[in-house]
Design a protein around this ligand. Structure first.
Ligand code: AMP
Length: 200
């Protein structure tokens, strides 16, 4: 019988991650690779909101104009949609990588309340400098990207998301990963960082 000296609260828990990074940091690509490697579900609040807009639901009608203007959807709506998704069977069983959530201290606290203490393995900060992401975003503008909304969202990242990352940093959960270099190299760094977090 093994003793329990090496017991870790994360041991039996499906992989649970949050990833942060400015728009243009390569988060989307790397999330797909994390999904492949760890078998987790990708939970992107931006994708959920865009799907609601595309489907023309009541939620979509509420969030569409906010997204177009590059603003943040209310904490109330955002927390509600995440709470519902986190409760789904595939997410409970397979684990997840949260992308684009949380973006504010209120969302962060709500997330920890939902998951409980030790409910996350790691909060990854995919680090790419501002001038580099600005150039990347202008090169591959999306439908909801105008120069104005790009600048506004990048400024919002510093105003709202950086303090959010710092909030998790104070709780010892943040792992910063260098997002410069080839996609493969960045994936290697991510897997190394995540494996280390999973090992506790
Ligand atoms: P993203 O694809 O993550 O850049 O999200 C696209 C847009 O959806 C954002 O610019 C916000 O308007 C909205 N959004 C996504 N996630 C959140 C969130 N956690 N809190 C508030 N608004 C969000």
């Amino acid at each position: 019988m093994p003793d329990h000296d090496d017991h870790h609260p994360h041991e039996a828990m499906p992989t649970r991650l949050v990833i942060f990074g400015r728009q243009g940091a390569g988060k989307g690509t790397q999330c797909l690779r994390i999904v492949e490697h760890y078998g987790v579900v990708h939970l992107s609040t931006g994708d959920m909101f865009r799907a609601a807009v595309a489907a023309g639901t009541e939620l979509g009608r509420q969030v569409g104009p906010i997204m177009e203007a590059g603003g943040l959807v209310s904490d109330e709506l955002t927390i509600a949609i995440v709470r519902e998704r986190l409760a789904a069977d595939d997410v409970m069983a397979g684990g997840f990588v949260l992308d684009g959530f949380p973006r504010t201290p209120a969302q962060s606290q709500a997330l920890l309340d939902m998951l409980g203490d030790d409910g996350l393995h790691a909060v990854i900060e995919l680090d790419v400098p501002l001038d580099e992401v600005t150039a990347r975003m202008k090169a591959r503008a999306r439908e909801d990207d105008t120069d104005e909304s790009i600048a506004k969202r990048l400024a919002l990242y510093d105003a709202e998301t950086v303090p959010t990352i710092d909030w998790f940093r104070e709780r010892g959960l943040v792992v910063t990963v260098d997002g410069l270099g080839t996609e493969d190299r960045v994936t290697e760094r991510l897997v190394e960082a995540i494996d280390k977090a999973l090992a506790g």
